[in-house]
Structures are given as structure tokens and as C-alpha cells.
Design a protein around this ligand. Structure first.
Ligand SMILES: Cc1cc2nc3c(=O)[nH]c(=O)nc-3n(C[C@H](O)[C@H](O)[C@H](O)COP(=O)(O)OP(=O)(O)OC[C@H]3O[C@@H](n4cnc5c(N)ncnc54)[C@H](O)[C@@H]3O)c2cc1C
Length: 401
């Protein structure tokens, strides 16, 4: 692997070289001569993959367009460790969620990553919805989520006296985690293994070469560099289809925004578990639900609205009534005035509006080039399993399998 400067004369990348965790540019340029793998994107997926691959005595470089790691989708989500209930049996989403959840709890315990196994209720408020609860129970069993059990109205009342439900499903293995602490852990592990994280550097072109790929980059001042890398992992989240298209592979992502509203402080603590209604039948979202953060703060959301391809994170305050009407059915203590706009996130969906379920894409579409596309929920939960999956693909490449 080698770098070639292709921008303004005499200037180099590395405007963030003085920030904690980032390399300065000159040593990087020199060390890149020996690099094996380039990972595009320093979200939870890119960092988890970097931590995993750098264990293999491979020299690993992570290129991130933002000024620091973890500012993309991974910083704007519910931070829920999903059990793996919802996804079709046999899908990557189901398998990697179940495997990832177990790995994640182990990691959290070993490395003191803040988390809490809160448990979660999926509840029905009408008899019709009870059919869906039965279907979800079957799916949980198919997916190997054996800890899940059916609960009746009385049991729900005992567990959560402040919610309204006629029955439901209880998942004791669902929890919450600090996504930033997890990413910091992966970053540190990758760096300790020798990986380099280059921030403020956007990948703008990729060309095939005899022994790998030539990658063109630009920094915030419009200065360009290009280098070659034997292998590439595309973990660029909301831009992963654009990066894949640079090698001629045609994916199309649809942006699907999720807004959150918070519930006034005075109500914190009156619900202990995550509470979800039965999910939307179209697999677009899980329905407006109640999540908790590690401080016990309650949030409603995210909803699911397809938007144009713009990273606009402004919360639509006009949705307040819709959030209230959805939530008050099972959270009777909520008053309209308790609900205030909070944050939002954007899902990178392969599934367009009205289309059927689409799975994660984790695919070696070109020799030595792995695309990770459509890594929406449960991507945070699945991250450790996705990293292992990618490592196995690498081992296959190395042995020529
Ligand atoms: C509203 C919402 C709620 C969610 N809730 C949950 C949940 O509770 N539990 C769960 O398990 N999952 C959840 N998810 C899913 C989870 O957040 C994602 O699957 C995961 O964070 C994706 O991580 P990533 O690394 O692929 O993407 P990102 O975190 O976006 O990282 C990709 C990185 O690539 C960088 N990049 C992009 N283009 C370039 C380029 N050209 N050059 C260099 N760098 C580039 C970006 O700047 C970014 O930092 C949720 C998602 C959303 C949107």
C-alpha cells in the first residue's frame, strides 16, 4: 500500500492529528506503506471490524470523514441491546442479533462498558393485537430467543403497575448500553492492536488496481490524497451505497428518519422496563415505544418516516399529537404537555417505502472488497457478531476459499 498526494502542493491530511486517538499525517503516510486493510467509516461497525481484524497481525486503517469517530448513525439511536425477536428466521439480522447480544453482554462485563439488562415488554392493548403477540412468540422461538415468555394482564400489572395492557410478551434479555462507551472500547482496542484511525478524511473515489484498490480522499480544506489498499471494508453507514457504487456495485439506500420525544423529568422512574407496542406489520419500524437511557430518562420513539436523502436531524414538533395518541394507549400517565421534541436518527434502509423486508448486506462484491450495506437496527446489537462474520470472510479470502 502506498500514498500519493494529489491535492495542493506541500500540504497533507491530518488536520485532526492533534485530537485524542488520531494519527498525525506524516507518520501515517510512512506507515501506510505496510497496510493491508482499509476500513471506510468509524461508526460502531467500522470500529468493531477494526478491533477484530487488527488482532490478526494485519495492519488496519480506518478512514472517517467526520472530525472524530462515532458521529454517524451510531450516535443517534435507542442504544437498545435487542434480543432478536422480530427478524425473519434465518436472516442475518436474526442470527447476528442473537449472537451479537450475547457477545455484547460479555464485553460489557469484561470491560466495564455501561449497560443495564432492563428487560422489555411487548404489549397488546386490544384482542386483535394478541394474535400478533402469539406470532412474535413463535418467531422468538424460531430465532432461538428462548428466554422470552408470554405474560398476562395480571403479571404485567405486577411488573409495571403504571402501564396499560391486556397481555404481552416479556424479554428478560433485552437491555440498554452506552453506544459511545462501546465505540470508545473498540477504538482503544483497535489502536492497541496497531490500527490507525484517520479522521476528517472523506473517501471520494475508488478504482480497481492489479493488487487491490486505489482510494482517493479529500480533507475539509479540499486537499486530496490517494493511496492503494489491498483490501477494503465499506462500513460507511448512510453512504455505503455510494461507496459501493464507486466499484460498480449497485445498491440504493432509502433514508428513513426516526424522531424521538422525551417525557418530562417528573415521570422518570415510574417505568422500569422498555415497553413496546406490537410492531408495524411492514417491518419499517417497531411502533412508537418507551425507551430508557442509563440515567433512567424516558423517551418515546423512534417513529419511521421516509425522507429525501438529506441528513436533516431536526425533530418535527408537529408530530407531538401523533406521539401522544400512540403512547397514551399503553402509558396512561402521560399528559400531552409532558412530551417534548428530543433527538432523531436516520436509518439506512435497503427496503424502500411499501417494499418487503430486506436483510443486512455483508458481501464480498469484488475480490477483497466487502460491502456492509443497509446496516440499520439491530446493527448496534449485532456489531460484535458482524465483526466476527467479516473476519471469517477475511480468513476465507486468505486461504483462497
Ligand atoms: C433511529 C435509530 C434507532 C436505532 N436503534 C437501535 C437500537 O436500539 N439497537 C440497535 O441494535 N441498533 C439500533 N439502530 C441501528 C444502529 O444504530 C446502526 O445499525 C449502527 O449504528 C450502524 O453503524 P455504522 O457503523 O454502520 O454506521 P455509522 O455509525 O453511521 O458509521 C458510518 C461512518 O462512515 C462515515 N462515512 C460515510 N461516508 C464516508 C466516506 N465517504 N469517507 C469516510 N467516512 C465516511 C460516517 O461519517 C460515519 O461515521 C438504530 C438506528 C436508528 C437510525
Amino acid at each position: 500500500m502506498s500514498w500519493r498526494k494529489c491535492g495542493k502542493a506541500g500540504r497533507r491530511h491530518g488536520r485532526n492529528g492533534d485530537e485524542a486517538g488520531f494519527v498525525s499525517v506524516r507518520p501515517l503516510l510512512e506507515r501506510l506503506m505496510d497496510a493491508d486493510v482499509t476500513i471506510i467509516g468509524a461508526g460502531v461497525i467500522g470500529l468493531a471490524v477494526a478491533a477484530e481484524l487488527s488482532e490478526r497481525r494485519l495492519s488496519v486503517y480506518v478512514i472517517e470523514k467526520n472530525a472524530s469517530h462515532g458521529r454517524g448513525i451510531s450516535s443517534r439511536n435507542s442504544e437498545v441491546v435487542h434480543a432478536g425477536i422480530y427478524y425473519p428466521a434465518g436472516s442475518l439480522k436474526a442470527g447476528l442479533c442473537v449472537e451479537g447480544r450475547e457477545l455484547l453482554y460479555e464485553l460489557c462485563l469484561q470491560h466495564k462498558i455501561p449497560h443495564k439488562k432492563t428487560g422489555k415488554l411487548i404489549i397488546a392493548t386490544t384482542e386483535n393485537e394478541m394474535d400478533q403477540i402469539g406470532q412474535l412468540m413463535n418467531r422468538a422461538m424460531q430465532n432461538g430467543v428462548s428466554s422470552v415468555c408470554l405474560v398476562d394482564q395480571k403479571q404485567i400489572q405486577e411488573m409495571e403497575p403504571n402501564i396499560r395492557a391486556i397481555g404481552g410478551l416479556y424479554s428478560p434479555d433485552t437491555g440498554i448500553i452506552s453506544a459511545h462507551a462501546l465505540m470508545d472500547y473498540y477504538l482503544q482496542k483497535a489502536k492497541m492492536n496497531g490500527a490507525e484511525i484517520v479522521c476528517g478524511t472523506e473517501v471520494v473515489s475508488i478504482e480497481t488496481e492489479d493488487k487491490g484498490y486505489r482510494i482517493g480522499t479529500l480533507n475539509g480544506q479540499g486537499e486530496g490524497f490517494e493511496f492503494t489498499s489491498e483490501r477494503v471494508i465499506n462500513a460507511s453507514g448512510l453512504h455505503s451505497d455510494i461507496i459501493a457504487r464507486m466499484t460498480g456495485k449497485d445498491y440504493t439506500l432509502h433514508y428513513c428518519k426516526g424522531d424521538y420525544f422525551s417525557i418530562a423529568n417528573a415521570k422518570n422512574g415510574i417505568v422500569q422496563r422498555l415497553v413496546y407496542p406490537v410492531p408495524e406489520k411492514n417491518h419499517v419500524g417497531l411502533g412508537v415505544h418507551l425507551t430508557l437511557d442509563l440515567s433512567g430518562r424516558m423517551k418515546l420513539g423512534p417513529d419511521a418516516t421516509y425522507i429525501d436523502r438529506v441528513e436533516d436531524y431536526k425533530v418535527d414538533a408537529d408530530k407531538k399529537d401523533r406521539f401522544y395518541e400512540s403512547a397514551v394507549k399503553f402509558l396512561p400517565f402521560i399528559r400531552r404537555e409532558d412530551i417534548v421534541p428530543d433527538m432523531s436518527g436516520i436509518r439506512p434502509k435497503l427496503q424502500g417505502p411499501g417494499e418487503a423486508f430486506r436483510d443486512f448486506v455483508i458481501s464480498e462484491d469484488m475480490p477483497g472488497f466487502i460491502n456492509l450495506v443497509g446496516i440499520e437496527s439491530p446493527g448496534l446489537t449485532a456489531a460484535p457478531a458482524i465483526a466476527r462474520y467479516v473476519k471469517k470472510m477475511f480468513d476465507g479470502m486468505q486461504s483462497g476459499a
